[in-house]
Design a protein around this ligand. Structure first.
Ligand code: THU
Length: 140
């Protein structure tokens, strides 16, 4: 899906701002994310770590869960920002969670350097397992 360039820039800026609230004392790897929902609203998130390491939550999932909890059910695009020299692509778990609401979402990764990755969820997670594989799911 084509998203106007100014809206992409707005989403990237939101991800860059979101990183400031990252709680990442264990990895020292702050991540900011922003999600553009079908409604046109933008939701942001950061990674939130825990002393019990396995409970760390990625920035993308924080943003998507925030959008879902606000009632959103479809995602058009996700932007990820890391203050690194190279852009960071969403981890496998986040790809699966993005797939739930945006199987064809645009996924943009930006960083401090000039390099960026612009791709789509179906390219990052081909032949994904998702809601369509569960014929009797409830409409929630
Ligand atoms: N992290 C994210 O927030 N998003 C990703 O896509 C990759 C990893 C976080 C999880 C953890 O807090 C830190 O980065 C290091 O793995």
């Amino acid at each position: 899906m084509k998203i106007p360039a100014p809206l992409c820039r707005k989403l990237e800026t939101a991800a860059r701002r979101a990183v400031k609230a990252s709680y990442s004392p264990y990895s020292n790897f702050p991540v900011g994310a922003a999600v553009l929902a079908d409604s046109g609203r933008i939701y942001t998130g950061t990674n939130v770590e825990n002393a019990s390491y396995g409970l760390c939550n990625c920035a993308e999932r924080t943003a998507i869960f925030t959008a879902a909890a606000a009632g959103e059910r479809a995602i058009k695009a996700v932007a990820v920002f890391t203050p690194t020299a190279e852009p960071t692509s969403p981890c496998g778990a986040c790809r699966q969670v993005i797939n739930e609401f945006g199987p064809e979402a645009l996924v943009i990764s930006v960083c401090q350097g000039s390099r960026r990755i612009e791709t789509t969820l179906d390219q990052l997670l081909p032949d994904a397992f998702g809601p369509r594989n569960l014929p009797r799911r409830r409409k929630a």
